[in-house]
Design a protein around this ligand. Structure first.
Ligand code: NAD
Length: 281
């Protein structure tokens, strides 16, 4: 049986070696207090899309807590970027595969920052396997525990503290809307995230807490260089209508919108930020 060699989800320091470096916020981005006084918890906030969300939320006036697995240098860089916007940044290191950790991370955020208004479920992992039979039980469990079970654990605990006007934003993926032959397990979790978003949104609608998702297309982040081979990296994004990958800076404004009062009539929805790939739903 041919097996695609497994790569580590992330190697330490990979973010600093990315060429070109990802853009986290456009120089032209002006904050306008859209999240003033809010407290946000962002999982996977140390790098990639999560870091961009942290920096945008901070520029819009929010204090930030980030959860990350082990990339201390990346997390410290995000903290510095948030603090440069004049906001607080709490770093919480741990494994979202553990439900107890997810609960504690929410509790720590509330205790140290004084509440929780926006939860961004964003941490994720993927391991390429050309043959689905090569996805062993451990990979299956790790992928589902990280990408969807953790979203449940964070949301359930966060809802203990959230009130009317607060919101949850989940990171799904374009792979939930079209096939991804080498990411059968990963794309399954992303489909689950979309359904989770819709069902949770309608379940808690009377609490006036909104639940939405963002579905990124190909985005230039450490996840990509950590998991794809050189040839795939070179072509990454070329299949989109815009024929290029997106930057984290192009994703984060969608999270700002969904977290802000501008999105007060929107729940259970997915915003597709994918370079023009037309998908339904
Ligand atoms: P990234 O590697 O920069 O971020 C992934 C984050 O997840 C890291 O910060 C890491 O600390 C965290 N993480 C992974 N496993 C964890 C664990 N067990 N415990 C705690 N934290 C853990 O990559 P990214 O591309 O910014 O990914 C962010 C989200 O965007 C993911 O959910 C990913 O599936 C999704 N996404 C990315 C793309 C893309 O092309 N980059 C496309 C669609 C969806």
């Amino acid at each position: 049986m041919s097996k695609t060699p497994k790569k580590q989800n992330r190697q330490p320091g990979i973010e600093a070696k990315m060429d070109p470096a990802p853009e986290y916020i456009k120089p032209s981005y002006q904050g306008s207090g859209k999240l003033k006084g809010k407290i946000a918890l962002i999982t996977g906030g140390d790098s990639g899309i999560g870091r961009a969300v942290c920096v945008h939320f901070a520029r819009e006036g929010a204090d930030i807590a980030i959860v990350y697995l082990g990339e201390d240098i990346d997390a410290e860089k995000t903290k510095a970027l948030v603090e440069a916007e004049g906001r607080q940044c709490l770093l919480i290191k741990g494994d979202v595969k553990k439900s107890g950790f997810c609960k504690k991370a929410v509790q720590q955020t509330v205790k140290k920052l004084g509440g929780l208004n926006v939860l961004v479920n964003n941490a994720g992992m993927q391991i390429l396997q050309k043959d689905p039979k090569a996805i062993d039980e451990k990979q299956l469990e790790d992928t589902f525990s990280t990408n969807i079970f953790a979203y449940f654990h964070f949301a359930n605990e966060a809802l203990e503290y959230m009130k009317a006007g607060d919101s949850i934003i989940n990171t799904t993926s374009v792979t939930a809307y079209r096939s991804s032959p080498s990411l059968v397990d990963y794309s399954s979790t992303k489909g689950a995230i979309t359904s989770f978003t819709r069902s949770l949104a309608t379940n808690i609608v009377e609490k006036k807490i909104r639940v939405n998702a963002v579905a990124p297309g190909p985005v230039w982040t450490p996840l990509i260089v950590a998991t794809f081979d050189e040839e795939k990296i070179k072509k990454f994004g070329s299949e989109t209508a815009m024929k290029r990958a997106g930057q984290p800076s192009e994703l984060a404004p969608a999270y700002v919108f969904l977290a802000s009062d501008d999105a007060s009539y929107i729940t259970g929805q997915v915003i597709h930020v994918n370079g023009g790939e037309v998908v339904n739903g």
